[in-house]
Design a protein around this ligand. Structure first.
Ligand code: UD1
Length: 334
């Protein structure tokens, strides 16, 4: 029996992938230290609480399970925090990935899918990135992921492993059936933050920059629904199991929306006007970042199911309402 090891499987993206894997009958073991993940988000899989950089723990997991492939999500992902505390990012994202690869090598695990990011591209001249666009990250988060990509390619070049590197663009939305969602506290991502404001968890929403050279002056991003992204992981796993070669693939829809378009959608679906504050540009932001994702579609025969901003926002909003109801219930009645 093949088992899949998912690191960071209790987190936002990892838990959606675990759910799809379990739904199709895979046996899944999750290693997650629950620093930003949630025990209840791991549905139908074994959860081992611990650090992915802990060589003894991961070696034990690989010795006691019949793991044929690893999906590696565990990472810190907050860009501004990576600027203020870079060593935390190089430690958790880069050094721990090195340890994980060493454990895989020792245990003979030869297939790995790696969560990378559009942040490896930095600021591109055209705002559109294909996989051959030069990688020039502008923050430690992007650098920490790019260093892991390099390690992985070098390791695979020895013949020890084949990999798929997935470079995520702006991941958003939640399980349309509302079983799991995006629960990370102190979120900074636009759709999450806007939905928190729509359900009354925040008093306002800031727009960081209204003077970009874009049609409405605000930043444009390629928002991809988390379920479509999760499906790309399952396709990657099938590709590697079928003997496919190592790949690096952008994960986005190939078109984008501005901050104002996102706000319009949240207002329309949330049924209330948001209190929007226009602020200067945020340091490190690029005007536009859109994926060229033809390689993903062609090599893995991936077809998006949820390429619709209102659908993405609708699922994010209903999850936020669930969280708000749960926290209201948790408040003791005086
Ligand atoms: C960044 C990273 C991405 C990473 C993600 C998670 C880059 C190029 N991208 O995405 O790889 O996975 O962070 O940390 O580094 N905005 C507002 N108000 C807000 C929040 C955001 O106006 O309150 C705007 C931003 O200026 C930007 C857009 O919304 O134009 C999206 O921002 P955000 O959701 O934070 O994601 P990125 O910074 O694009």
């Amino acid at each position: 029996m093949n088992e899949v090891l998912v690191t960071g499987g209790a987190g936002y993206i990892g838990s959606h992938v675990v759910q799809q894997l379990v739904t199709r009958g895979e046996h899944v073991v999750v290693v997650d230290n629950l620093s930003t993940g949630f025990r209840e988000a791991v549905r139908g899989a074994e959860l081992i609480v611990g650090n992915v950089g802990d060589v003894d723990l991961v070696s034990r997991v690989l010795a006691t399970h019949t793991v044929d492939a690893v999906l590696h999500f565990a990472a810190h992902t907050v860009v501004p925090e990576s600027v203020s505390d870079p060593l935390k990012y190089y430690g958790n994202n880069t050094c721990n990935t090195r340890n994980l690869l060493a454990c895989c090598a020792d245990a003979g695990v030869d297939k790995l899918i790696f969560s990378s990011t559009a942040a490896v591209y930095g600021v591109t001249a055209s705002g559109i990135a294909d996989e051959d666009t030069p990688t020039l990250p502008i923050n430690p988060y992007g650098s920490s992921k790019l260093m892991s990509e390099t390690m992985l390619r070098d390791h695979s070049a020895t013949g020890a492993m084949r990999h798929v590197i997935l470079r995520y663009f702006n991941v958003a939305g939640c399980d349309p059936q509302g079983r799991i969602g995006h629960s990370t506290p102190q979120a900074t991502l636009l759709i999450k933050v806007a939905c928190e404001h729509a359900v009354g968890k925040r008093a306002s929403l800031s727009i960081f920059g209204t003077d970009y050279d874009t049609p409405d002056g605000t930043g444009i991003r390629d928002y991809i629904h988390v379920e479509d992204l999760a499906a790309a992981h399952l396709r990657s796993l099938d590709h590697l199991r079928a003997g496919g070669e190592s790949l690096t693939l952008n994960c986005g829809y190939g078109h984008g929306y501005s901050v104002r378009e996102v706000i319009d959608s949240v207002q329309r679906l949330g049924g209330r006007r948001l209190n929007v504050i226009e602020l200067p540009r945020r340091a490190g932001d690029t005007p536009m970042l859109i994926a060229r994702s033809t390689r993903l579609k062609q090599t893995l025969d991936w077809q998006p199911q949820y390429d619709d901003l209102d659908f993405i926002v609708g699922t994010a909003l209903s999850w936020e309402r669930q969280l708000a109801r749960a926290s209201a219930r948790a408040v003791p009645v005086a």
